[in-house]
Design a protein around this ligand. Structure first.
Ligand code: NAP
Length: 306
């Protein structure tokens, strides 16, 4: 029996990256559009334009409205964390019992909030180091080869659709410890991204702010221990410096969002870390001060602070 189609909710940078690779490997992929205007614009255009290794390819994948009649058995949610709840709510009535729902969001907070609204679905969380961005001309560029960890919200064996990722050439591994992966990435993000925004600098320039990074990592390590993930705290400071060295010429995703005037995912990154610290009574004064400074900066830039 043929596997069910993939429905991609959020055909932006990372959604295009997944949709095009799955389609290239022969999987059936449909794009879920926000509404009639977005669907019409998409259908009048060339389709998804995807650039890998300097070579551009176009994929004319079918687009659907949220209230299209087809049931959804496989849903890839690739919108920003702050859009997840509304986007999935618009298609929830189409999910079959036991539907596979894969969440690609960075940070934490949106995933478990959504999973609680989908008790009959099999929800998978992803943590990826792949990178993609949309060029001014609309094409999505596969900017950073990477790796994707996938794992369940509860205890569940590896799903059958992993073979489709294999065929699509999406490097991945199934892990029951996905929460530790997401928290570790979140902690590294907290130690790097807000500072790059506040200092207006590339990742590599954070070498000038070593004491601040050391202090943040001490607090973040305590927080990881308090949430019950001590392994995610091991070697955190070294891992942060490794990321800074490997990405020294890059601007962080949060820096890029702020300079482009886009809403950030602050609420699901440092905002989530500070909220969890407060809930667990873990003192994180440097992290909390950083969050407040970041909010003041976003406010001054006229950007949402949530
Ligand atoms: P993005 O380029 O902004 O794409 C998000 C897409 O979702 C946009 O096309 C947006 O459409 C669409 N969308 C929002 N609400 C929708 C709705 N109700 N129905 C249909 N589509 C909807 O964002 P991204 O960079 O791909 O990031 C998505 C998630 O992946 C984020 O959580 C991010 O942290 C994570 N991530 C991204 C990367 C990366 O390299 N890009 C890497 C790792 C993780 P509109 O443009 O119309 O709003």
């Amino acid at each position: 029996m043929a596997p069910p189609p993939w429905h991609v909710l959020g055909a932006g940078s990372i959604g295009t990256l997944w949709a095009c690779r799955l389609a290239r490997a022969g999987s059936t992929v449909r794009l879920l559009m926000r509404g009639p205007a977005q669907l019409a614009r998409y259908e009048q255009g060339p389709g998804l334009r995807w650039v890998e290794g300097g070579v551009e390819r176009t994929f004319r994948l079918p687009g659907d409205l949220p209230d299209a009649p087809q049931p959804i058995a496989q849903l890839l949610v690739a919108c920003k964390a702050y859009d997840v709840a509304a986007a999935v709510a618009a298609v929830r009535h189409r999910l079959v019992p036991g539907a596979q729902v894969i969440l690609l969001q960075n940070g934490l907070g949106s995933q478990h909030a959504l999973a609680a609204t989908l008790p009959e679905a099999c929800v998978t969380l992803a943590s990826t180091t792949e990178g993609a961005f949309r060029r001014d001309d609309g094409a999505v560029v596969f900017a950073g080869q990477g790796f994707t960890w996938l794992g369940p919200t509860g205890a569940r064996p590896a799903p059958l659709w992993l073979s489709e990722l294999e065929q699509a050439g999406i490097p991945h591994q199934w892990t029951p410890d996905i929460l530790a992966r997401l928290w570790r990435k979140l902690a590294i993000n907290c130690a790097i991204n807000p500072l790059t925004v506040l200092h207006g600098c590339r990742n590599g320039e954070l070498t000038k702010h070593a004491p601040a990074i050391t202090g943040l990592c001490q607090e973040l390590a305590r927080l990881l221990q308090a949430v019950g993930l001590p392994n995610a705290a091991v070697g955190l400071l070294d891992a942060v410096w490794e990321v800074i060295a490997a990405t020294s010429q890059n601007y962080s995703s949060m820096y890029q969002d702020v300079t482009a005037g886009r809403r950030t995912e602050i609420h699901y990154l440092i905002g989530y870390a500070c909220a969890e610290a407060a809930r667990l009574c873990v003192a994180v004064p440097a992290l909390e001060q950083l969050r407040q400074n970041l909010i003041a900066h976003l406010h001054a830039e006229g950007l949402p602070t949530d």
